[in-house]
Design a protein around this ligand. Structure first.
Ligand SMILES: NC(=O)c1ccc[n+]([C@@H]2O[C@H](COP(=O)([O-])OP(=O)(O)OC[C@H]3O[C@@H](n4cnc5c(N)ncnc54)[C@H](O)[C@@H]3O)[C@@H](O)[C@H]2O)c1
Length: 273
């Protein structure tokens, strides 16, 4: 049992203006937590914070100084930290041979450097306080298996899993009151494929069209996902898989590792994507 997502404690959420982050904010509010919401999209962030009566701060997770200021703000609120949701993330699809240096930098800076910044600024605060808290990263199914045409995204989300597994080991002995969880969703109905909001319009590719179809037809709503996440958080789970169709993919990869051959992507599985 974990009491990190307890009433009265503070939840900090990055990428909280939209999609999964916004839904996690709704769940945290329902759980009676105080909220510090952050995002790079100031307009949407303000609106979300106003709707929930939450504190907010614009923060680009890729910028160490921004994340440090967010941590300072969290510390100044005077409420013990319960949950830090390092959720902000971006995705652009392309075959690896066509993934530009700019696209690599875009995904690495937000998904991976952003995660490193969140750990460095928040975990010391959480370690210092005596009450329980939890660092919760949003990775993806793409953090464990590698679909074609999202190579850069896969690489960053594998990195997020590696950071969480390492952090868990590093905290176990010295700060057992700080838990770690990694959320690995499959398709969720959000705005993630809309790159125009980052000034990076993308001509629809076969992969982005397939993902859009998958999200629309089989994706969880962000709200459903957030509800499942909170159920698992209350159990103190490290691995959080809101959709269990992903297990056949993990099994196939594991078998491929043991056998020493490359795993073919399970394109005919129940949840194609
Ligand atoms: N939607 C899915 O199917 C899916 C599946 C698996 C994992 N995820 C992960 O879920 C997380 C949330 O994505 P989403 O689907 O809700 O997408 P979304 O685009 O709806 O929301 C992402 C939010 O992050 C914010 N953001 C982007 N860059 C930022 C930065 N540098 N600093 C701070 N905020 C920033 C955006 O403004 C946006 O509000 C991401 O980490 C994503 O990789 C999504």
């Amino acid at each position: 049992m974990s009491d990190a997502v307890r009433s009265g404690a503070l939840a900090i959420i990055t990428g909280a203006a939209s999609g999964i982050g916004a839904a996690l904010a709704d769940e945290a509010k329902q759980a009676g937590m105080a909220l510090l919401l952050s995002d790079i999209d100031e307009g949407k962030l303000k609106a979300k914070a106003a709707a929930l009566g939450a504190d907010y701060m614009v923060c680009n997770v890729a910028e160490p100084g921004d994340v440090e200021r967010l941590a300072n703000r969290a510390a100044s609120i005077g409420v013990p930290i319960g949950a830090v949701f390092a959720n902000a993330g971006v995705m652009k699809t392309a075959p690896l041979t066509k993934t530009s240096p700019e696209d690599w930098a875009f995904m690495i800076s937000v998904n991976l450097t952003g995660m490193a910044n969140m750990v460095r600024s928040f975990v010391p605060l959480m370690t210092e306080q005596e009450t329980a808290s939890r660092f919760i990263a949003t990775s993806s199914v793409a953090g464990l298996v590698s679909a074609p045409l999202t190579g850069a995204y896969n690489a960053t989300k594998h990195g997020v899993v590696a950071i969480c597994e390492t952090l868990f080991q590093e905290l176990r002995k010295n700060a057992p009151h700080v838990g770690v969880s990694v959320i690995c969703p499959g398709a969720v109905q959000t705005d993630i494929l809309n790159l125009e909001k980052y000034g990076m319009g993308e001509a629809p590719s076969a992969r982005s069209e397939a993902l859009a179809k998958l999200m629309a037809e089989k994706g969880l709503s962000a709200q459903e996902l957030a509800e499942k996440v909170f159920i698992e958080l209350k159990k103190g789970k490290f691995w959080i898989f809101p959709q269990n169709y992903v297990f056949d993919r993990f099994e196939a990869r594991y078998q491929a590792i043991i056998n020493g051959y490359g795993a073919e992507w399970l394109s005919k599985s129940k949840a194609d994507g």
